[in-house]
Ligand binder design. Structure first.
Ligand code: SF4
Length: 188
């Protein structure tokens, strides 16, 4: 049973998240690390936490709200993402330190996943899209195969999802704190 809202994954889910070097996951994991990820783990989608409050942080905390086609309210809603996650069983959770790099990595990883047979592959990055200086939100995206919404733009609680897999993420207390950035590639 999928329990996307559960902050605490069941034991089976936790045991099932790991660095999987068996094919086809092995090639994907290797590619993610080559592209600059610190960690890349295969997870069950029932360990991805979604929450309605996440998009509040976009609407009342981000200057880019409404200005990018990959951001709310143009991005999939929390309700849509909950339904979308039910259509997948596995995903690759990616850990890095730079949001621009993570946006590039999820786009590349989605393409590679598709090429090795994951025909439903879809990447979710981190932060607002920066591919164009000005995003024309009344027209379709002009880089539709590269631009991807962030996890948080679609109502995914990135903190809890990372913590469900014992990955490091904390709120920043000073500007010198290490930033932990996450991306996700939905696989199958
Ligand atoms: S690629 Fe350009 S048009 Fe597409 S979402 Fe990003 S900024 Fe907007």
């Amino acid at each position: 049973m999928h329990t996307h809202n559960s902050a605490i994954p069941n034991i089976q889910s936790v045991v099932a998240s790991h660095q999987d070097f068996n094919e086809p996951y092995g090639s994907l994991t290797k590619k993610a690390l080559e592209l600059g990820c610190e960690q890349a783990i295969v997870i069950h989608t029932n360990t991805i936490t979604t929450a309605r409050w996440v998009q509040l942080k976009c609407k009342y905390g981000c200057d880019e709200y409404g200005k990018k086609l990959t951001c709310p309210p143009h991005a999939p809603s929390y309700e849509e993402m909950k339904d979308i996650l039910k259509e997948y069983n596995k995903a690759m959770l990616l850990h890095g330190h730079l949001s621009w790099q993570m946006r590039y990595i999820v786009s590349e990883m989605e393409k590679m996943a598709f090429s090795v047979g994951f025909y439903k592959a879809f990447g979710l990055g981190a932060g607002p899209c920066k591919l164009c200086e000005n995003c024309e939100t009344t027209s379709p995206c002009i880089h539709a195969t590269e631009a991807r919404p962030s996890m948080e733009a679609c109502g995914i609680d990135v903190y809890q999802t990372a913590r469900n897999h014992s990955l490091k993420i904390e709120t920043l207390k000073t500007k010198d704190d290490e930033v932990n950035i996450f991306g996700l590639v939905l696989l199958e």
